[in-house]
Design a protein around this ligand. Structure first.
Ligand code: PXP
Length: 247
C-alpha cells in the first residue's frame, strides 16, 4: 500500500495571511493551527506529516515544527534546504525523515528538483550528517538518470521524484512523455536500491495515474488536500485521497 505523507504547509499559509505579525502562532484568535490540522489528518489516516521550514518562513514557523515534533503520533518529515543552518536544525529536531529540496526565495512553491549533480559536495555533507544521526534522508529530484544515480552513490536511502512537470502537463500533449519519465525514473531508482517517494502537484484527478507508478513507497501531497478540506473538512479530504490512492 502506498503511504500518504500529508504536507500541511498551506494550513500555515492561511494563518500567516492574517496573523503574520501577531507575535504568536497559536492561541486567541490565531487560526487555523497546523498542529491541529496534523492531528486530525492522522486520525483520518495520514501516514506521516510533512512540513517545509523555508528560509523566508512564509508559512510554517519554527514553533510549529517543535510542536509537531512533540505532538504527532506518526512520522515527521522535514523538508529543508541544503544548507548548514538547516542541517544543524534537523540534527537538533531529529525528525524521522528529512527531504532535501531546492529553495529559491522568489518562487511560489518548490519549482524544479534539487540539482544533486551541481551541488554534490553540499548534498553529500547533508546526507552524511543525516545518516550518522539515524535520520532518513530523501532527495527531491527530477526523474533524470544522472540525478538518480548520484543520489544513490551519495548514500541517500530515499529519493522523492518531482511530479510537478507531469502535473503541469496533465491536460496537455506532454502528459504521456512526463509520465514515462517518472516511470523510468522510479524503475532506475529502485534498481539502485533507493526507496521511491514522489510528490508535488498530485491531486484527486491525477492520482488515478500517479498511483500506478512502479515501486512507490509514499506520496507527499499538500495543496490539493488542504484545498479540499476547506469544503469537506479534513477527515473526508484525507479519507478520499487515501481511497483514491488504493484505486
Ligand atoms: N514534495 C515536496 C518536496 C514539496 O516541496 C512539495 C510542496 O511543498 C510537495 C511534495 C507537495 O506539493 P503539493 O502541495 O503540490 O501537493
Amino acid at each position: 500500500m502506498i503511504l500518504l505523507g500529508l504536507n500541511i504547509d498551506h494550513c500555515a499559509t492561511l494563518r500567516q495571511a492574517r496573523y503574520r505579525d501577531a507575535g504568536t502562532t497559536t492561541g486567541g484568535p490565531v487560526e487555523p493551527d497546523p498542529v491541529t490540522f496534523a492531528l486530525l489528518s492522522e486520525r483520518a489516516g495520514a501516514d506521516g506529516i510533512t512540513v517545509h521550514l523555508r528560509e523566508d518562513r512564509r508559512h510554517i514557523q519554527d514553533r510549529d515544527v517543535w510542536r509537531l515534533r512533540e505532538c504527532i503520533g506518526t512520522r515527521l518529515n522535514l523538508e529543508m534546504a541544503c544548507t548548514p543552518e538547516m542541517t544543524a536544525f534537523a540534527l537538533k529536531l531529529k525528525p524521522e525523515f528529512v527531504c532535501v529540496v531546492p529553495e529559491n526565495r522568489q518562487e511560489i512553491t518548490t519549482e524544479g528538483g534539487l540539482d544533486v549533480v551541481g551541488n554534490r559536495d553540499r548534498v553529500r555533507a547533508c546526507v552524511d550528517a543525516m545518516n550518522a544521526a539515524g535520520i532518513k534522508a530523501s532527495l527531491f529530484i527530477d526523474p533524470d538518470e544522472p540525478q538518480i544515480e548520484l543520489s544513490a552513490k551519495l548514500g541517500a536511502p530515499f529519493v522523492e521524484l518531482h511530479t510537478g512537470a507531469y502535473a503541469t502537463a496533465f491536460h496537455g500533449p506532454r502528459r504521456a512523455a512526463e509520465f514515462q519519465r517518472l516511470r523510468l525514473g522510479a524503475v532506475r531508482a529502485h534498481d539502485l536500491g533507493l526507496t521511491v517517494n514522489a510528490g508535488h502537484g498530485i491531486n484527486y484527478v491525477n492520482i488515478a495515474e500517479v498511483r500506478t507508478l512502479p515501486h512507490l513507497h509514499e506520496l507527499n501531497i499538500g495543496h490539493s488536500i488542504v484545498s479540499r478540506a476547506v469544503f469537506t473538512g479534513i477527515d473526508e479530504a484525507v479519507r478520499e485521497m487515501k481511497a483514491r490512492m488504493r484505486g
